[in-house]
Design a protein around this ligand. Structure first.
Ligand SMILES: NC(=O)c1ccc[n+]([C@@H]2O[C@H](COP(=O)([O-])OP(=O)(O)OC[C@H]3O[C@@H](n4cnc5c(N)ncnc54)[C@H](OP(=O)(O)O)[C@@H]3O)[C@@H](O)[C@H]2O)c1
Length: 175
């Protein structure tokens, strides 16, 4: 199972403000993210991100209709609603998507879940879409925890005049 981490962030590594607002993430970045998740057909979110998603305008949920979405929470009674599915760990999330015939999945936040996957060495590819903004206080791409991942730069794409997308392979045999 190939896992691609796809995240939009400020130049200084922030994926949201401290109050969960993502007002600095542009429409171009949303469109680039949609292209990625539609290519894979399924994605994985952490429970806190799901709580933010629940507050989204309907049109954004319409955009991801048809995508299989697994929410990870240690609370096996957590209510994910009709559109999404629940898994109790990163491994369970991957078992879920694999059992339904997917050979790849997009991990797409938030910070705590990204680190959970990184610690388990489950990430194969990292794509970040960088917004031209510096956010002094916020939620970082990875929650600070102990892990090292070595990366190989695969691609640098200028998505628009203001946005770049960096794509890396995770080098698995590195310590
Ligand atoms: N810019 C972007 O591309 C982007 C993308 C996604 C999210 N975001 C933002 O990121 C923020 C949320 O990130 P966050 O770091 O606070 O939370 P998060 O990673 O979305 O969710 C954390 C929760 O996921 C569950 N989880 C994580 N690791 C687990 C494990 N190993 N086993 C079982 N459950 C596990 C836990 O849920 P339980 O506590 O229920 O056990 C944990 O509290 C929001 O502001 C959101 O808007 C930004």
């Amino acid at each position: 199972m190939k896992v691609t981490l796809y995240m939009a962030m400020s130049l200084n590594n922030m994926i949201a403000r401290e109050n969960d607002e993502e007002d600095f993430i542009s429409h171009d970045s949303w469109t680039a993210w949609l292209t990625c998740i539609r290519k894979h057909g399924c994605m994985i979110w952490g429970r806190r991100t799901h709580q933010v998603v629940k507050t989204w305008d309907k049109q954004y949920l319409e955009d991801i209709k048809g995508i299989k979405v697994v929410i990870v929470s240690s609370n096996e009674n957590y209510d994910v609603g009709d559109q999404f599915e629940l898994a109790s760990s990163p491994h369970k999330a991957l078992e879920n998507v694999q059992s339904q015939g997917f050979s790849s999945a997009v991990l797409t936040g938030g910070s705590i879940l990204n680190s959970s996957f990184a610690k388990l060495n489950l990430i194969n590819e990292v794509i970040v879409c960088i917004e031209p903004v510096l956010i002094g206080a916020g939620i970082p791409l990875f929650n600070p925890e102990k892990f090292d991942l070595n990366l190989k730069l695969l691609d640098v794409d200028k998505v628009s005049n203001r946005l770049i997308e960096l794509r890396y392979e995770v080098v698995k045999n590195a310590k």
